[in-house]
Design a protein around this ligand. Structure first.
Ligand code: SAM
Length: 281
């Protein structure tokens, strides 16, 4: 590769240096296809002003693609061996860009702050098991993120981007929609990863929009309740949340929602309105 990106041989070499056995629990599937990396970077539509947050840089496949396109990349990696290797890999393959990189060894689900300049874009090939919670946590933690472009399992991509009323619409779709407009941004086959996972992947782009009026935590509580019993109408599904079926019905009516509707039909703005209703004493 002339641009320093990691191909299959480089990935193999780096893994050998670390005697790395990729673990499933940490979703360690590394990209080894330069065309896919270029496509992800292009789709992120970064400007040279962007400060990118990357979760799970792994062996550095995507990091090396992001560095030339952004002002800075802050990479949060949970695996200490990978976090330690990354600055060395970048110093070797892209020495002129090495000072644009900050590596943080941490669990992205638990971080409470990101050092240095506030990130404006999240670009990541997310660990599969925790993709949705990581995405939601970071959107909540970092209001400066104006966009996210993440690679996730194809099925998760479909769920994240699903519109109300469609079969894939559920908790992840409604919660992600709190933060912005979500769309699918391409498919990625399993062959571009080492080791090869047994599912295909998909890119999801989220553009930040102002949230609906209302309280986020209260809205998320209703969303969880509405989807906990999928086959029920909302009057029954929300009975426990509201303090009984009659109270649920009253709150649904107060929000202008038909009590026989199912959660799948409601937009995040509907959920926010419902959360804001009070039961008459
Ligand atoms: N970005 C690399 C690439 O595209 O080749 C690696 C992506 S791999 C799918 C996911 C990476 O996330 C792994 O390097 C793994 O160690 C790391 N990881 C897993 N759980 C994490 C967490 N909770 N916080 C931060 N990094 C995590």
């Amino acid at each position: 590769q002339t641009d320093g990106l990691l191909g299959p041989a480089a990935i193999r070499d780096l893994a050998q240096q670390l005697e790395l056995r990729p673990t499933k629990a940490l979703g360690q599937n590394f990209l080894h296809d330069a065309n896919t990396i270029r496509r992800i970077v292009r789709t992120a539509e970064l400007t040279r002003e962007d400060v990118v947050l990357e979760v799970g840089p792994g062996l550095g496949s995507l990091t090396l693609g992001l560095l030339p396109a952004a002002a800075h990349v802050t990479a949060v990696e949970i695996d200490p061996r990978l976090a330690a290797l990354l600055p060395r890999t970048v110093a070797e393959r892209a020495p002129a860009l090495a000072d644009r990189l900050t590596v943080v060894e941490a669990d992205a689900l638990r971080i409470r702050e990101v050092p240095g300049r506030a990130p404006t874009a999240l670009v990541a090939n997310l660990p599969y098991n925790v993709a949705v919670p990581v995405l939601l946590h970071l959107l909540e933690l970092l209001p400066t993120l104006r966009r996210a472009l993440v690679l996730v399992q194809a099925e998760v991509a479909e769920r994240l981007a699903a519109a109300p009323g469609s079969p894939a619409y559920g908790v992840p779709s409604a919660k992600a929609a709190w933060y912005g407009e979500v769309r699918r941004a391409g498919n990625v086959g399993r062959r571009v990863f080492w080791p090869e996972p047994n599912v295909d992947s998909g890119l999801v782009a989220l553009d930040r929009r102002p949230p609906p009026a209302g309280d986020r935590a209260a809205t998320f509580t209703v969303i969880d309740a509405a989807f906990a019993t999928r086959r029920k109408g909302l009057r029954a599904a929300l009975a426990r949340w509201a303090g009984g079926p009659a109270a649920a019905e009253a709150r649904l009516r107060a929000a202008g929602i038909d009590p026989t509707t199912r959660g799948e039909q409601l937009s995040v703005a509907d959920f926010a309105r419902l959360a804001a209703t009070e039961v008459a004493a």
